[in-house]
Design a protein around this ligand. Structure first.
Ligand code: HEC
Length: 157
């Protein structure tokens, strides 16, 4: 009965196929998680002094008005202005006064810089880690300086 034995091999092929699929999924997951690990390493090694060294040149001739426009352009306000009422994200209003107290010894500017460039390094109590992590890819150094200058100005809201 050739036909019968041919059919009876199907479960073997199906099992082998599934094994291949599972292996591929596993390898991809492994590659992704290893990549994520590598990306996280720098933030773990950054400290108050290195943040300060990075953020001060950005603030040297920053333009807070341009920062205000960027905050709208990049939709920060969806969570931090519109969403603030529903506790989606902390409001920007009053950040200047709070920022320097959030995470000592980080200065206010170093803290805001870290919040945008390494959002998972510290999560504000009472909120989920919902802040997008790709802003460093979207913003130039000048953009960052202007945004930080705006957020630390009394006009921020
Ligand atoms: C999808 C929602 C969302 C968007 C969009 C978003 N954030 Fe956030 N952000 C959060 C949440 C939630 C937190 C609080 C949790 C945390 O610390 O990660 C946060 C925290 C912060 C903090 C710290 C605030 C504090 O009171 O300590 C700053 C600064 C900040 N975000 C800046 C920005 C900027 C600038 C942008 C746009 C370029 C932006 N965020 C876009 C959700 C968002």
């Amino acid at each position: 009965m050739k036909d019968g034995s041919g059919l009876s091999r199907w479960p073997v092929f199906v099992a082998l196929g599934m094994l291949v699929v599972i292996s591929v999924v596993f390898l991809v997951e492994f590659a992704v998680s290893t990549g994520a690990e590598l990306q996280k390493t720098p933030s773990a090694t950054l400290d108050a002094a290195s943040y300060q060294d990075e953020v001060l040149p950005l603030l040297a001739d920053a333009d807070p008005q341009r920062g205000a426009a960027l905050v709208e352009e990049h939709n920060c306000i969806a969570c931090h202005r519109m969403g603030a009422e529903n506790n989606i994200a902390p409001p920007f209003q009053g950040l200047a006064a709070r920022a320097g107290l959030r995470r000592p010894p980080l200065s206010a500017e170093a803290y805001v810089y870290e919040s945008i460039t390494h959002p998972t390094a510290y999560v504000v109590e009472g909120f989920s880690p919902a802040m997008p992590q790709n802003y460093p890819d979207l913003l130039t150094g000048r953009d960052l300086g202007d945004i930080i200058a705006y957020l630390l100005s009394p006009d921020a809201y």
